[in-house]
Ligand binder design. Sequence first.
Ligand SMILES: C[S@@+](CC[C@H](N)C(=O)[O-])C[C@H]1O[C@@H](n2cnc3c(N)ncnc32)[C@H](O)[C@@H]1O
Length: 336
Amino acid sequence: MIATMISDTQKHYPVLLNEIISIITPQYGGTFIDFTFGQGGYSKKILENSSSNIIAIDRDINSSFQASKIKSNFKDRFTFKNLKFSQISNLKLKNENIKGAIFDLGYSYTQIKDSEKGLSFDSKGDLNMKMGLNKFSAHDAINKLSEKELEKIFKVFGEEKDSKKIALKITKERKKKYINTQDLVKIIESFKIKNKYKIHNATRVFQALRIFVNQEISELIYGLINATKILKKDGVLVVVSFHSLEDKIVKYFFKSLSENKSVSRYLPKTKDKINLLKLVNKKPIIPSQKEILENPPSRSAKLRCAIKKHEFYEFETDILKKFKYLTDIEKYSLKL
Ligand SMILES: C[S@@+](CC[C@H](N)C(=O)[O-])C[C@H]1O[C@@H](n2cnc3c(N)ncnc32)[C@H](O)[C@@H]1O
């Protein structure tokens, strides 16, 4: 879902910004990692209101334009790198005092308006959906994966109830010609009743394809693991998610590391079980009615956060095993 929006007045709108600032308290100093720099809404606010440092990453190289503007104002306190969550070791951190790691998942208004990226149903031409640093596109997936694989992607990543019929029609149509964005929308709509008021009929299939093309499930899992590793003791991990699959993963990660489990074989043996994380909020924080009125797409945002209670880098988590049924679907990409 769209996390950072331009509202009707075309104003840049970072979701739950005030809530995030009050959780991470950048006024007390330290270094914060903005894992989803986007248009820099969070980074800018932190830099303007504190003497803290920001290390920002984004997989989309187009973010570097906004990053260079911020860099010119906050030279020594701001660094940007074009990286994915899974590539965070490339940051080559030394012993920075990492006090916060922030994720604002999904894609930005700027990305959906970028016709080349083809994230919108109105995009013309070839399917794409690459957010940056990708190995394959939605064009490759739609035109090369098997009917069964496409069905599974639509069903599991998009919860699309017509996934079987849509996958079958795609494989028939692509024998005649390559399927582009408009062809795909037409195929989906051929199984749907036109509706003026609900979400666009192609939303679920498009979400599923975007997750698959950008390998968003494994990226999120490695992002959470990597962020937790580099946080210092008492550092805070904040994640804003926009759909149920994302939130399920974040919720499980936080819960499993905060509920009386022995989390590290690297620690001295002790009888006490150790919790690596402490939840800040049991229930997710959601936008106020005022924010939703100003920026309607923020209505699906859920913010979860937790504090790292122990100073160690390595820890054990079963999150990869738990969500293997999802990452196995992302592995269909290996043949593309
Ligand atoms: C919702 S936007 C963030 C907006 C930002 N908080 C702001 O205020 O401008 C999400 C951003 O995360 C980036 N992103 C998504 N998945 C990523 C990944 N795996 N690694 C790095 N960046 C990612 C997208 O390219 C996009 O720019």
